[in-house]
Ligand binder design. Structure first.
Ligand SMILES: Nc1ncnc2c1ncn2[C@@H]1O[C@H](COP(=O)(O)OP(=O)(O)O)[C@@H](O)[C@H]1O
Ligand SMILES: [Mg+2]
Length: 405
């Protein structure tokens, strides 16, 4: 038996194969359809997509065969990858190179073999699309042409999958980069969140120190009351700092968990509530959400980033409005949780509604805003397999998140 050879360029060839990340992955319906067509067109019971790894051939798709892989040295495909055209053995029993091959002598009793190499755009042959029969056979010109065309389609699918993965990876990197940009935009706002409780602490300490120095009659209950106010204010600062720390953490590897939506909302509001209230804006949400067991399945920090972007947009839209309300609603539907963020602002003109989700689209002053808020939120929600859209039927601006349970 002639063993399948290993020739020069093997290292690069293997790298080209591994770049597709396809070895030992589950079956793929599109590739299975290609082997199905190949077996039908070539009239053979077996059709395979065989990938030639270091020491084995592994079958990404298979018709008419149950084996997952075989050693490389006995493989026919291991020969086919060194051909430029289809490699055909019409009758292995008459071929000195193959007649004593274990795949010929034993099951599946390969007798007829035709393999069209899978050639990557860089010219590496990573495997074959092959058809096999246990009796001798032939391919006519048309069958050869189709087998070759199908093997080209296999590589095209591999390429598409690879590009897709790249886009997904880039999108993830993009979300995390733009998260840092929004964080920067937010940092100045957070000063308010800390300043307000700080002023309370200052004021109370000043009053206390005055009453001590003026030797007034000291009322114990009043002092305890004031100390409690100071404690609450300092706790609030601690919470804001904690929340800010949380936000700036790299959430790329954050895990999904079941968390109360109210907890997420309150943690998010910690970073913007003072600023919002200072502008006379009322924030409405139902405090019974916690009671109602409104739990959502999400990456908490990442998800609250999406919510924060929407709340900040609502806040910015209310600048010139007389009625200033931001409302956050949550509703449990059969398949998903629906979260709506509404504001009483001027709404979004219909001619820009289809553009607002594009990265860098902004109607705000140049340099004032990145135009990344909505696209980041959309990316985050899609990372959670959810849907994010503008409710065009709503009277006011209403953004909707649908998050699967
Ligand atoms: N709640 C809202 N009310 C009115 N317009 C909005 C609202 N949210 C978003 N927009 C519009 O969508 C655009 C894009 O929003 P976004 O992606 O957050 O970027 P940015 O806020 O930096 O402009 C905004 O410039 C604004 O025109
Ligand atoms: Mg924004």
């Amino acid at each position: 038996m002639l063993k399948a050879p290993i020739k020069e360029n093997e290292e690069e060839r293997l790298k080209a194969l591994k770049d597709y990340n396809v070895l030992d992955t589950p079956p793929d319906i599109d590739l299975d359809e290609i082997t199905l067509i190949a077996s039908y067109i070539c009239k053979t019971p077996i059709a395979l997509i065989s990938l030639i790894d270091t020491n084995r051939q592994w079958f990404k798709s298979k018709q008419g065969l149950s084996a997952e892989e075989t050693p490389r040295e006995v493989s026919f495909c291991g020969h086919a990858i060194y051909q430029d055209d289809i490699f055909i053995i019409e009758n292995a029993l008459n071929d000195d190179r193959f007649k004593d091959n274990p795949l010929v002598i034993n099951k599946p009793n390969v007798t007829f073999y035709a393999g069209s190499p899978l050639i990557t755009p860089s010219g590496h042959k990573i495997g074959t699309l092959c058809v096999i029969d246990s009796k001798p056979s032939k391919l006519d010109e048309q069958q050869k042409l189709i087998l070759k065309a199908l093997s080209n389609q296999v590589i095209k699918l591999f390429e598409l999958r690879k590009q897709n993965q790249k886009i997904i990876d880039n999108q993830k990197a993009f979300i995390h980069n733009s998260k840092m940009i929004s964080l920067g935009e937010m940092a100045s706002g957070v000063a308010h969140e800390i300043n307000n409780p700080l002023m309370i602490i200052n004021g109370k300490i000043q009053l206390l120190s005055e009453s001590f120095s003026e030797n007034e009659e000291i009322n114990k209950t009043e002092i305890i009351n004031d100390l409690n106010i100071i404690l609450n204010a300092s706790n609030r600062i601690a919470k804001v700092v904690k929340s800010l720390r949380h936000f700036s953490k790299n959430s790329e590897y954050e895990k999904k968990e079941k968390v109360s939506f109210l907890k997420i909302l309150e943690d998010t509001l910690l970073l913007c509530e003072e600023k919002i209230k200072k502008k006379g804006i009322e924030i409405k949400y139902d405090h019974s959400y916690r009671m109602n067991d409104m739990f959502i399945n999400c990456k908490p920090t990442l998800f609250s980033q999406a919510i924060l972007n929407l709340i900040m947009n609502a806040y910015e839209s209310l600048e010139k409005s007389d009625k200033k309300i931001i409302e956050i609603k949550i509703k449990n539907e059969a398949k998903y949780v629906k979260i709506s963020i509404l504001d009483s602002g001027p709404g979004i003109p219909s001619e820009i509604q289809d553009k607002i989700m594009e990265p860098f689209f902004t109607t705000k002053e140049v340099g004032a805003s990145s135009g990344l808020g909505l696209s980041t939120s959309k990316g985050i929600i899609e990372e959670h397999n959810g849907k994010f859209y503008l409710d065009k039927n709503s009277k006011n601006t209403c953004f909707v998140i649908e998050l699967p349970h």
